[in-house]
Design a binder for this molecule. Sequence first.
Ligand SMILES: [Zn+2]
Length: 428
Amino acid sequence: MRRSSLTSTSFIRSYNAASILRTMHEEGACTRTSLARTTKMSPATVSRIIGQLMGHGIVREESRIPSSAGRKPVLLRIDYAKLPIVGVELRRNPATILLSNLRGERLERRSCQLGTLESEGLISELAGCIDRLIRDSGLERAQVLGVGLAVSGVVDHEGGRVVRSLDLDWHDVPVAAVLGRKLGLPALVENDANAAALAELQFGRYSETTSFMYLKTETSVGAGIVLQGELLNGPGGMAGEIAHVPVIRGGHPCPCGQRGCLQTYLNVPDVLARYRSLTGEAVERETFFERALGGDPTARRLVDEAAEALAVASSFAGALLDVNLVVVGGVWGTFSPSFLQRVEERFQAVGDRTGLNKKVAVRGSSLGDDSDLMGAIGLVSDRWLNPYGSVPVAGRAGERRGMLLGARGRPLASARQDDLYLSRGETE
Ligand SMILES: [Zn+2]
């Protein structure tokens, strides 16, 4: 038997310690006996690992369960403050950093101005911001489970690379590896709409719905697709890149050269520019939506167009992916319940006419403006709770993911080792 590492960072990623922590996260309070039963480890191993976790302050004993037999098993709980996660909404100015934990609790947030243009320098600036946030929160870097990044653009999640981002002006930047090396922490990156979809699945109000499309709107448009509890990335990381799919025949011209793209109807600056050209009046976002709700005919017409475009996009998802729920992020998901209801009715009507015969729903994001950031947190918690190569613990995680599949349905046989959260070095 090897001794566990002295640092909490490698210890909590060790196979047995992580299995125990995952079980405790799924089950809530546990006893040593119940942990041994669920994880199939020996009682002696469980007691030893619990002792180490308590030594690191990650697990604490809570209370004794009254027992008729006179024995009083001790309840154990995770101290989530000792399992922090950092999430980043990575934009050039400003990036937002959130300190959270495995439960998605929002603990501390900070804006970070990233002035450097060149990618390596920008990642160094970001690493400095993250390090300061960790230190100012009274934590040590070694405690942090990982850093998740949500980026607008095409992302190769598996390879940890931003393939293309207009906002960052990046082409093929291995951001996860570079940031991970600078911080000495695992880092993961995902497209912002995909990350936001993951956040709805993990932390949102719709966590009981395992298949849905999350539609990011307002400034950049994109979809994150969750099917049967798994995020759909696509072989090129481009699943859900719906912004420039024409949804309105002969519709408004788009900078991409086509007409009727979804982006031109849901990108608020485009809508405000259209309002200005029709009325001669330049208004702010809030004023525009107030006027639409107040009955301004031009604003209402533009909102109607957006509803139509959204309904068509929802119908694509309903027909192609068999999803019954579309979650709308950004202002289009929050400004008016009757707007979403109109979209839902049109989506339902298409389904009824095409004989799909199912009940559909269109809802606003349950995480509001924090969807991307919570998605970045969700990247780390998802990987940590469902690591590649792990044997899923019994119970909900195993049932949901399938016993032969790793994170996001990837077969265990193809598990990569370089970004594993867990190693088997600690197993007995
Ligand atoms: Zn376009």
